[in-house]
Design a protein around this ligand. Structure first.
Ligand code: BTN
Length: 271
């Protein structure tokens, strides 16, 4: 389990990252917090596990969770903004996580892959799964932000099918990174960006930073949407976090989907 003394020594956030539920084995930290949310658990509660037996990924995938190496955690939020803005939290949390990693390892070229992955050398370093509470509590919906970050796992810790698509901080740097410090620094970074986001109307003021580290800029991508595949160059993102894709049938607005990079786009960066 994570060392709580190191975690709390680095936690500067005043509202988020506590209480800490520091577990050994759980099915899913997201599920754990969603269950407790309906019993009235407060904003800021953080669940972290050494391993998950049924870690949930996006699009009904499972999240590979080898024990004791990486970070698998979930943060409970009760945002004051309308639920229509909740999907924007995916981008906000990816930016906060990127900042946290860079605070520990400044030289890493970590990229943001819409809507909520972190990429390093074109491989997945982290995935984020945001899940809404199934019902309102005291008139409000909650949201659980679940993050899997590959910290100290090495190639052999990943199953063969992930060898070409996943990476970890250790795999890249050859060094171990403190999970406790990273987790606390994420909470510090996230509280700052979350407060700014709640006080703003949209993502407008965050988009310049997103564009700076956008893994999909100048790329031709294919998105699996609920209504089929769409291919084309990424044109940019709206203030509400919707991706604009230039397809043969015109510009399409994509609010969710599984993104695959097809090839490089030669010309100028758009967006
Ligand atoms: C993705 O598919 O990219 C999202 C993966 C999210 C995994 C994390 S691990 C901690 C939290 N608990 C879960 O069951 N899932 C998220």
């Amino acid at each position: 389990m994570i060392e709580e003394e190191i975690y709390f020594a680095n936690l500067k956030a005043s509202r988020l990252g506590m209480p800490l539920i520091n577990a050994d084995t759980v099915d899913s930290t997201n599920k754990l917090l969603l269950d407790k949310a309906t019993q009235g658990l407060k904003e800021g509660a953080l669940a972290v596990a050494e391993t998950q037996t049924a870690g949930r990924g996006r699009h009904n995938r499972t999240w590979h969770s080898p024990s004791g190496l990486n970070l698998y955690f979930s943060l409970l939020l009760w945002p004051k903004v309308p639920t229509t803005r909740f999907p924007q939290l995916a981008m906000i949390s990816a930016m906060a996580l990127r900042n946290a990693i860079l605070e520990e390892i400044p030289e890493l070229n970590v990229k943001l892959k819409w809507p909520n992955d972190l990429w390093l050398d074109e491989r997945k370093l982290s995935g984020i799964l945001c899940e809404c509470t199934p019902e309102e509590v005291e008139g409000r919906r909650g949201i659980v932000l679940g993050i899997g970050l590959n910290v100290n796992s090495q190639m052999n810790d990943f199953p063969q099918e992930l060898h070409n698509i996943a990476t970890s901080l250790r795999w890249k740097t050859g060094q171990e990174t403190s999970r406790e410090r990273l987790l606390a620094i994420f909470c510090n970074q996230f509280q700052e960006i979350y407060d700014r986001w709640q006080d703003s109307e949209s993502l407008a003021t965050f988009l310049p930073e997103w564009r700076k580290y956008d893994a999909l800029a100048d790329r031709i991508i294919t998105v699996d949407t609920p209504t089929g595949k769409l291919t084309g160059p990424v044109m940019g993102y709206t203030d509400t976090g919707i991706m604009l894709l230039k397809t043969n049938d015109g510009v399409k607005s994509i609010s969710a989907g599984d993104v695959h990079v097809s090839r490089e786009e030669g010309g100028e960066r758009r967006g």
